[in-house]
Design a protein around this ligand. Structure first.
Ligand code: 13P
Length: 240
């Protein structure tokens, strides 16, 4: 059975004092809780009773790449997960599907579980080509070494990130069923991959989103920054 995952993404937010929020999070034996932290906070968070992830990694193990962080460095600091291909990396740093596949491969080699992010822009949604774009991202961003054990997919419509706009449950259902079918076609254990939804998830909409078939959890930005906002989402996932 696929594990339920409540993943937070703090993005470029948080100083050491803010880690106190993570001490008060709700827990449930049926839910894996993890937070993808700025790299500066990973080592300081390593003893907390939740899993820690990075937000990006380089595809090389080490070398002349000023400012970058490798997958083995994330492991060394205390991470067990890493986001790859977040839409903010794709747009701010022009990351391509091939870059994301290479980073994901490096992460798997280092023993990290990847959360590979995909999703359409509003223009793509309006053009009616969402599933085509999803197909391209799935084919290009997921390396052949992916398994249900080392890879989770996060569907994050770009237009829903940080906007308060959430797709209808029918729209989420369509894309999640499509992703599930494509993974099943390509990977022998494709039916077992976790598939998270991300984009303006809040306590008020979490239960409806978690009731959608093939949604196995959430990737949460703004609402993961405080225990007061994130805990009800964890509780809703546990109850789903
Ligand atoms: P918000 O939950 O703030 O919309 O962010 C979603 C996201 O990008 C998580 O990776």
């Amino acid at each position: 059975m696929r594990r339920k995952i409540a993943a937070g993404n703090w993005k470029m937010n948080g100083l050491r004092a803010d880690l106190a929020e993570l001490e008060n999070l709700s827990t449930d034996p049926g839910v894996d809780v993890l937070i993808c932290l700025p790299a500066t906070l990973i080592a300081a968070a390593r003893d907390l009773p939740i899993a820690i992830g990075g937000q990006d990694c380089h595809d090389a193990t080490n070398g002349a790449h000023t400012g970058d962080i490798s997958a083995p460095m994330l492991v060394d600091a205390g991470a067990s997960y890493v986001l790859t291909g977040h839409s903010e990396r794709r747009s701010d740093h022009a990351e391509t599907d091939a870059d994301i596949a290479a980073k994901s491969r490096a992460a798997h080699d280092a023993g990290l579980t990847t959360i590979i992010c995909i999703g359409e822009t509003l223009a793509i949604r309006a053009a009616g080509t969402t599933l085509d774009i999803i197909d391209g991202q799935l084919a290009g961003s997921i390396p052949d070494c992916a398994t249900a054990d080392n890879t989770i997919i996060a569907y994050e419509p770009v237009w829903a990130i940080g906007t308060g706009k959430v797709p209808s449950t029918e729209q989420i259902a369509e894309v999640h069923a499509h992703i599930h079918a494509r993974l099943k076609e390509r990977f022998s254990d494709g039916a077992d991959f976790g598939i998270l939804y991300g984009g303006s998830v809040k306590a008020s909409n979490a239960a409806d989103i978690f009731a959608v078939p093939h949604v196995t959890g959430a990737l949460v930005g703004g609402a993961s920054l405080t225990a007061a906002d994130f805990s009800p989402i964890i509780t809703a996932l546990a109850a789903s």
